[in-house]
Design a binder for this molecule. Structure first.
Ligand code: ZN
Length: 219
């Protein structure tokens, strides 16, 4: 009986890591490997930010030419403790000096949170009818701020929308994805906190955090 148990244990020893890995592949979102983490760890925070974003966006299928620019800027206009932000209307990602002081796993997780808002935004652009509406809405918001004309903002965002649709296809407004995009857009343009959008970003943030640490220490 003891021998039998040992055989069973040996068999499960072999199978378990593979099963776990398969589970991780389906559940975790980017399949990060140790070499990538090692390479990210060797970078300065200035280099880390764009590289981590590229890595996070890789499995989304979004063409690289549509990736949002990433910059460092003072974000105290949002909150004194603001670490990073995705600008929905201007489509760019920014990090404050507070970002530089975080651990690499937390930096990675922060990128994942903000990029989730970018991906949400991409799905809005790709949804038939809704995408056009979003381009007009964001352009008029930008024109109101006064730094850019409506026409200039419109042509830039419409170009982004057209590229996304051409490369990734349109989402039907009646599909599950389309309805979700509509819900998120309604949240984004309302004055209250976008609860559903934030919930998803927070979940992706946590996944990225644990996936980064898992790749760093266990893979
Ligand atoms: Zn957020």
């Amino acid at each position: 009986m003891k021998v039998f148990m040992r055989i069973i244990n040996k068999a499960s020893d072999i199978k378990a890591p593979r099963q776990v890995q398969q589970k991780l592949k389906s559940k975790w979102f980017i399949g990060l490997d140790k070499a990538t983490v090692k390479s990210l760890e060797s970078m300065s925070a200035e280099e880390f930010f764009p590289k981590a974003c590229q890595r996070i966006l890789k499995p989304t299928g979004i063409p690289e030419k549509c990736y949002p620019p990433v910059v460092f800027e003072d974000l105290s206009r949002f909150h004194s403790q603001a670490i990073a932000a995705y600008d929905l209307c201007e489509n760019y990602l920014s990090a404050s000096t507070k970002f530089l002081k975080r651990s690499s796993a937390k930096k990675f997780a922060t990128c994942s949170h903000e990029l989730t808002h970018y991906v949400q935004s991409v799905n809005i652009y790709r949804t038939a009818g809704l995408g056009e509406e979003a381009v007009k809405k964001y352009s008029s918001e930008l024109a109101k701020e006064g730094n850019v004309s409506y026409e200039a903002a419109y042509s830039k965002l419409e170009n982004l929308r057209k590229n996304l649709v051409a490369e990734m296809g349109e989402i039907s407004p009646d599909s599950k994805e389309g309805k979700r995009a509509k819900k998120l857009f309604t949240e984004f343009i309302s004055d209250s906190r976008p609860e559903a959008a934030e919930r998803e970003a927070h979940r992706k943030r946590n996944l990225a955090y644990f996936e980064y640490l898992y790749a760093k220490f266990f893979k």
